[in-house]
Design a protein around this ligand. Structure first.
Ligand SMILES: Cc1cc2nc3c(=O)[nH]c(=O)nc-3n(C[C@H](O)[C@H](O)[C@H](O)COP(=O)(O)O)c2cc1C
Length: 384
């Protein structure tokens, strides 16, 4: 009965996805998709990761209209009051992106190849985008959160506090009503840089950066640290997570770095690695403290099933980039924006969608109803 209804919804929503599809899922299937990001309650777990798809007002408006849960803006490179940027090498201009197939272990997959790095326009233009995002949040309740990359010194060198102070103060003023929500990026190109050649240096950044941003903010701030996939083993990923105990959330983990080609990449190798490391965090010997930080998944999320893989390892929401960028022919929906088509497949696909996956967890006894309702957040809660 429920399966037949899922097939029917999948078919009819190919033409148009209801804006409040989470309410439809709750009413029709008694499945509650509520999720969380940096303490914000979300209608469902699917957000957009920072990158080339959150650069302008038109993209944000499309995402709000599609019913996306939240958006993280492109990463801006911090500066001081004179405009000096210690990390200026990350503020380069590059427009060409290539969406490519990247199979791994017999599985078809995708990656986006791109040589660019951070926000390449002025800081004032970035603040204008943050302001636009605040307006969209007020109208649609879709959180739009800035992302920044700050000065990262070599061991023994001091942090450039002027950059931390100026950038954070301007972001907080533009944001308005506290708390400021902010993501801090430690990007894959950083993992490929000589700066990240020293483990102690990376751990110092992770230990100190959240506190420096908090100290620089004139209002209370909630910080998500987006961790890179460093060029070391899984144990070091766990060390990085532990070093960041001071953040409110950890986004696990940004793309892998191909040193030969000098580009970041995703696909199955990325999700294999991320899920393997997150698995290790539920090992009692390496377990994180139960109260914080909360976890957010990213990497090769192309189905509701994959959202549940991250959720089963504790992630309370997810951030996608590549799946919002595929050729239109790859989505089963026939109408709507790419975001709508992606959401349609992620939520309603009768085999691989989020609803189907939740019902399957129930059938296998891995997830139980409360007062007749299945809760997405119960999947993440069980991981702790
Ligand atoms: C073209 C491109 C640009 C990106 N730029 C940023 C960025 O500026 N800051 C950031 O934190 N992550 C950035 N990312 C990482 C994505 O937000 C996302 O975490 C990552 O691609 C893994 O998700 P996916 O497999 O769904 O693409 C970028 C990814 C791509 C493909």
């Amino acid at each position: 009965m429920t399966r037949a209804q899922l097939e029917r919804d999948f078919e009819r929503f190919k033409r148009a996805l209801p804006r409040d599809f989470a309410a439809h899922v709750r009413d029709s299937y008694r499945v509650d998709l509520s999720a969380r990001y940096l303490g914000c309650p979300l209608a469902h777990p699917i957000g957009k990761g920072s990158g080339q798809l959150s650069l302008n007002a038109a993209q944000l408006a499309d995402d709000a209209a599609a019913g996306l849960a939240y958006v993280v803006l492109k990463t801006v490179i911090a500066q001081d009051a004179t405009g000096a940027q210690a990390m200026a090498a990350w503020a380069i201009h590059e427009t060409r992106m290539k969406v490519e197939r990247r199979p791994a272990g017999g599985r078809a997959g995708w990656t986006v190849t791109w040589k660019g790095r951070g926000w390449d326009r002025s800081f004032e233009e970035y603040l204008e985008l943050v302001r636009t995002g605040r307006g969209i949040t007020a109208e649609s309740r879709m959180p739009v959160v800035p992302s920044a990359k700050y000065h990262l010194p070599r061991l023994g060198e001091p942090f450039r506090d002027e950059e931390y102070q100026y950038t954070t103060r301007r972001l907080a003023e533009t944001w308005g009503v506290p708390p400021l929500l902010l993501e801090v990026d430690f990007s894959p190109t950083l993992a490929g840089d000589a700066l990240a050649g020293d483990r102690a240096q990376i751990l110092r950044w992770l230990r100190e950066v959240p506190g420096r941003i908090r100290a620089a903010s004139p209002t209370p701030a909630r910080l998500a640290v987006k961790l890179m996939n460093a060029r070391y083993d899984d144990a070091f990923q766990l060390e990085m997570m532990a070093a960041c105990a001071d953040a409110e959330a950890l986004v696990c983990f940004n793309r892998l770095f191909d040193a030969e080609r000098g580009v970041a990449y995703g696909g199955w190798e990325l999700s294999d690695r991320n899920l393997r490391v997150l698995d290790a965090t539920s090992d009692p010997l390496t377990a994180r403290p139960p109260d914080r930080p909360s976890l957010v998944g990213t990497g090769n999320i192309c189905s509701g099933r994959m959202i549940l893989e991250y959720a089963r390892r504790g992630c309370e929401s997810v951030q996608l980039h590549t799946f919002f960028q595929l050729p239109l022919s790859e989505y089963p929906a026939t109408h709507g924006s790419r975001t709508q088509r992606a959401l349609h497949a992620l939520v309603f696909h009768p085999q691989d969608g989020l609803v189907a996956g939740m019902l399957e967890l129930e059938e296998s006894g891995a997830l139980a109803r409360h007062d007749g309702v299945l809760y997405f957040l119960d999947v993440a809660r069980r991981a702790h």
